[in-house]
Design a protein around this ligand. Sequence first.
Ligand code: ATP
Ligand code: MG
Length: 386
Amino acid sequence: MNEFFLLKEGEIALKGLNKKLFEGVLIRNVKSAISELGGGNVSASQSVIRVIPNDDPDAVFERLKKVFGVQSICRCKKAEKDFDDICRVAGEFFAENFTKGMRFKVEAKRSDKKFPMDSLEIMRELGGYLLENFPDSVVDVKKPEFILTVEIRGDFAYIHKGNEQAAGGLPVGTSGTALVLLSGGIDSPVAAYMIAKRGVKISAIHFEAPPYTSERAKLKVKSLAEKITPYCGSIDFYCVPFTEIQEKLRDNIFEEYFTIIMRRLMIEISNRIADKYGIMSLVTGESIGQVASQTMGALQCSDAVANIPIFRPVIGMDKTEITDIARKIDTFEISSLPFEDCCTIFTPKHPKTRPVLKEVERIQAEFDFEPLIQKAVENTTFEKIN
Ligand code: ATP
Ligand code: MG
């Protein structure tokens, strides 16, 4: 394959003594990302990772753009260090990018000084060659639409059109673990994406309440999890049967407190699952003030039942900002499918927006939820989403 990719590491390059560790995880993630696309040769030197795909470079390129820890990607073609071969490969590359009347410029860098032509000569001669072979193009050194770069390096001549932005962030697996409370909505998949972007390895937990919630609603959540795996890697998916708890809440708890106590129970169960599997934190898609259960007071009531940190990556974002990211990561359409969620069944008309923690604790303590919590944890199902 004469095509390959140079991945720039971005933030990892600043990690000092830990750099090797971060780079090791990134290389592992890159290899695993491309494994189902035929794999390839992956090597690193001087904060740049080189990937030579075994086949389907287009698919590999798109896939690599989603690997966290990669700042930018340069898609290159390789030519022999011989001017005729450079012209041949540059011509092919030019043809792939050509549009009628295209204004272009050639840039050259020669780090191998033994190459007989200097940079200026390469630019001039190659520019002339391309112009001759593509009479519908125009050389424009001031405002080119397309810049073709030739780099004469130690091993080969590299031909490319510069760097394209990639996913950024830190390699997944370098910043601990989190259990994301994943609903079928717009916000929680975005929250999952955002925490994974900082290098956190995520698992997901979903609460279902059959027969009030359908199998299709659960499938929707699983396809959301699947959608974010190119960014997050494979996801351990836990599904909690929540029906009995919700029925007990509905039958016993004063409407006003239904949502807040339900959310505390969700956190409590998530926390126990996290403890059981050694997961270090919880993540939700809450945004302050978005709905009654997301006021400062309500969040305080949820936080009070957790003994591990709860992260809320979209806490300060407007719905439109969250939606923009959902579109970018392609979860928006699935999230918009109209299925019920366990949070929306039995929803009271007037939930408490300013719950007082002591009061909530007092009301909740009147009922013994412990056996149902234990049962829900025991009956939680697990599957791996790739
Ligand atoms: P989203 O848009 O992500 O569905 P939402 O706006 O519907 O969130 P809520 O229903 O109040 O808001 O839920 C807030 C957060 O609680 C969600 O972002 C998610 O993290 C979690 N959550 C809600 N329902 C569930 C569920 N059935 N299973 C797991 N987590 C849930
Ligand atoms: Mg929401």
